[in-house]
Design a protein. Sequence first.
Length: 274
Amino acid sequence: MNRLNGKVALVTGAAQGIGAATARAFIAEGATVVLTDIRHVQGRTHAASLGAPARYEPLDVREAGDWQRVTRQALEELERLDVVVNNAGITGFEDGPVAHDPEHATLEAWRAVLATNLEGVFLGCQHAIRAMRSNPGTAKGSGSIVNISSRSGLVGIPLAAAYAASKAAVRNHSKSVALYCAQQGLRIRCNSVHPAAIMTPMWDAMLGDGPRRPEREAALVRDTPIGRFGTPDEVAQMVVYLASDESAYTTGAELVLDGGLLAGSAAVPGAADA
């Protein structure tokens, strides 16, 4: 497999879930991958398991200084940066039950979600463009930016308003980045991916543990035509396509992985998707 041979990629939130699967898929296709996260032990362990083409760097996506450091290192040590996957995200439910509906959510809780999910993507796109401008062998820069949004960015989610708003903003910002790069004459593409119910650790706070977890899982995908959760590997394969030269004419697009959910009726009210 060589769809990404010679490419250097950076993946945020790569310690687990979709980010970890994406890093694994990229390496299987021949890329060198910089895995980043704030879960340092998990991130280093996963990078070590992937072998020599993988390395781990701490990166808090909310911090511009972290982005400057990591992208500078990639250019100095690996000489280029071809792909940036802005995957890191939070639901706001990670630390237990907190109100996230439009009436009761606190400004603090709202800002915490948007800081990671939206400001982190803004910074990721900004530093990706700057790094990709200097890629060797290109007149004005080339590369692929892939932003992981959500099915929740396409519909309203009553009990996860901040999450839905942040993912909708990621969708629209991806289009702005795509148009900006095209207007600048850059061969830098930007697309968003919109997974629905993907079985990642992000769901643990909602599903919990114990004997009733399978019942709760079944309830959450009851309206999904395919009738199951998706897998991180299934999302990763779509990201591989967007990272590869196969998608050279694809920019400003939104690709949905939802098991057919949006083709029919609305999904379970209040569910926050991966």
